[in-house]
Design a protein around this ligand. Structure first.
Ligand SMILES: Cc1cc2nc3c(=O)[nH]c(=O)nc-3n(C[C@H](O)[C@H](O)[C@H](O)COP(=O)(O)O)c2cc1C
Length: 174
């Protein structure tokens, strides 16, 4: 990686994101990658996107699938994010997952999931912007998301509103 690319990666990393698992069944086995580039795109039609590097050796086997699952990892799933984001190794070893009848692979206990088909792939620099059409989805309000920021996995703290309310209560008590 060049010095400019390293600098871009550092500054891009200042933008906090969640972490998703993009996965499907290939010959009956789960195949997938971690992706922090997930973005909800459109409500009508329902579209979401993920940017996939041209260097990905896994994407070519995922892109031909009928369905692909996108799971938003929970705060307790840092190890899943690490495994799915590592190069090589058995990514799904020790990971609880399930597949749908159409072949999407979803991570058990995720904060949210989307069952998708590929709508469009747009070549964009050294990545492809992959636009997915959402066929089914759900979210668990009680599962906090995993956060990726400055190249590290993190968790959300209580909201600022709560912090503010606590500060206000302290001031009132004085
Ligand atoms: C937290 C995290 C987020 C990642 N986000 C992306 C991403 O948005 N797009 C991408 O192409 N690779 C991303 N990766 C890298 C992939 O998960 C994977 O390591 C890469 O595709 C190389 O593996 P492969 O050759 O099997 O595809 C991420 C890795 C980690 C750890």
């Amino acid at each position: 990686m060049t010095a400019v690319e390293l600098e871009l990666r550092r500054v891009y990393g200042a933008y906090p994101t969640g972490v998703t698992a993009v996965a499907g069944l290939v010959d009956g086995r789960p195949v997938g990658i971690a992706a922090s580039s997930f973005v909800p795109v459109s409500l009508n039609p329902p579209l979401v996107s993920v940017c996939v590097a041209h260097t990905s050796s896994t994407w070519p086997s995922l892109r031909g699938l009928r369905r692909i699952g996108i799971s938003v990892l929970g705060a307790h799933q840092e190890e899943v994010g690490r495994r799915l984001g590592a190069r090589g190794g058995d990514r799904f070893a020790g990971v609880a997952w399930r597949s749908t009848a159409d072949g999407s692979v979803l991570i058990e206990g995720a904060a949210a999931w989307f069952d998708c088909t590929i709508e469009q792939e747009v070549r964009s620099g050294d990545h492809d912007i992959v636009v997915f059409r959402v066929r089914d989805l759900d979210a668990s309000a009680d599962i906090a998301p995993l956060v990726f920021h400055a190249s590290a996995f993190r968790r959300l703290r209580e909201t600022c509103r709560t912090d503010g309310a606590q500060r206000a209560a302290r001031i009132r008590r004085r």
